[in-house]
Design a protein around this ligand. Sequence first.
Ligand code: COA
Length: 176
Amino acid sequence: MNQHAGARPAPVPLSISLRSYAPPDFNNLYAIDQMCYDPRIAYSRTELRQYLGFPGADCVVAETSRNNSAPAMIGFCITAHEDHWGYIITMDVLSDYRRHGCGSMLLLEAEKRLTAAGVRQIGLETATNNSAAIAFWQKHGYRKSGVRRNYYPGGRDAYSMAKRLAGSEKVNTGPA
Ligand SMILES: CC(C)(COP(=O)(O)OP(=O)(O)OC[C@H]1O[C@@H](n2cnc3c(N)ncnc32)[C@H](O)[C@@H]1OP(=O)(O)O)[C@@H](O)C(=O)NCCC(=O)NCCS
């Protein structure tokens, strides 16, 4: 169980809007990814550009604005797909803005777009010690389908997780 579970104050409502990524967002995307992950896992600029250029790649950006200031990016989700298979490459929400529903909004939009592109099953990997992310994915119907040993730099393992989209059949839980 998460150490903060049970004693969490009610979050202050946050106004969040979503839009598609545009190339001028790149530096913000990179900065957010660096803040969201251990430096050994965070993507380099080159990796991030490669993922954004994958076949079927898409990126949804979340913004918020406070006190009439210009919208500020607080998170994003990069996906890719091929035929009926979708993949969540990364999902990042800045720590100050977590538990306000931002990740859920990004995921629902990403799933909507993948569904519209004909995807029936979505997969992802998440570190076996990332309890927040595992809880997040499970809340959204993703189930563990295997463990990938030494998946991350530094030797950390990852769970493969997958979800069948509405109207599809059972998740493939074969060996990862
Ligand atoms: C995982 C992540 C994207 C979630 O974003 P978020 O905006 O906080 O997500 P939401 O507010 O929509 O949370 C939805 C639900 O997920 C679960 N959840 C999210 N964070 C959790 C945590 N720290 N502990 C337990 N459950 C959690 C809860 O069920 C939550 O619903 P609740 O707040 O009503 O209890 C965010 O924590 C993050 O960016 N982490 C760092 C990067 C990362 O690990 N990404 C995923 C890699 S695979």
